[in-house]
Design a protein around this ligand. Structure first.
Ligand SMILES: [Zn+2]
Length: 238
């Protein structure tokens, strides 16, 4: 039966880990000290540790449909408080992904489910700029553009949550990042904005100003790494 297979997998994984590193689970049983908080989509294909190439213990994770930050989401607020005040994570990464089903839903017409309440900030942004989005003829390109803007919007929303403001006010180091993941190539792109203080947050253009402007994903070294990987794929004919 399928569930038995999961337990078998688990035992095999634990054995493999222990063979590779006999003290692995001894270390894991001690207090976690992740430096990163990941706010990602619940999509089963975007798992923070895999995408970042990190072991358990390295990243604190919060996921929901379309990686949205609602300021009345008790779950998110508790995660933020614990991650920032207790774990003292240094980087908070909002990571969306291209082809997001939640974003696809928000750009459609159906409003018959609870998820439509959840997606309301995206729906609202879409309605305000419907002419710009609808001018993008290709459905997937339109959705992907909103996936990018949604990341930018959620970074702004998190930057206004008091837990984050309080950390900055007391001089705690905390960097917010907006990234997006491509399931078609397994690569992360840095979309921005990167925000490290209330002053930087207040200097950001409103999300509405960003709608009509092309995003410029990737920066510096990261771009270089992606170029190298893309070249490798091309050489392999993929
Ligand atoms: Zn998604």
């Amino acid at each position: 039966m399928d569930l038995d297979r999961l337990f078998d997998n688990n035992v095999a994984w634990a054995q493999r880990k222990t063979q590779e590193d006999p003290t692995y689970f001894v270390r894991m049983a001690e207090q976690q000290s992740p430096q990163y908080l990941w706010l990602g989509c619940s999509d089963s294909r975007v798992t923070a540790n895999d995408v970042l190439g990190l072991d358990p213990g390295a990243v604190f994770v919060q996921r929901n449909i379309a990686n949205i930050a609602h300021s009345n989401d008790m779950n998110l607020l508790a995660v933020l408080e614990f991650a920032i005040d207790i774990l003292k994570v240094r980087h908070l990464i909002v990571c969306g992904h291209y082809g997001c089903g939640g974003i696809r839903r928000a750009l459609g017409e159906d409003r018959s489910a609870l998820v439509d309440h959840w997606l309301q900030p995206v729906v609202t942004l879409y309605r305000r700029h419907r002419a710009v989005f609808d001018a993008i003829a290709d459905d997937n390109a339109r959705i992907d553009r909103m996936c990018e803007l949604n990341v930018e919007m959620q970074v702004r929303r998190i930057a206004s949550i008091p837990t984050v403001e309080n950390a900055w006010a007391r001089g705690q180091e905390l960097h917010l990042h907006g990234w997006i993941y491509g399931m078609h190539d397994g690569l992360l792109r840095d979309l921005g904005p990167t925000v490290t203080s209330m002053e930087e947050r207040d200097a950001l253009p409103p999300i509405d100003d960003r709608v009509a402007r092309p995003v410029e994903p990737d920066t510096g070294v990261r771009r270089h790494a992606i170029d190298a990987f893309t070249k490798l794929l091309d050489e392999k004919g993929g």
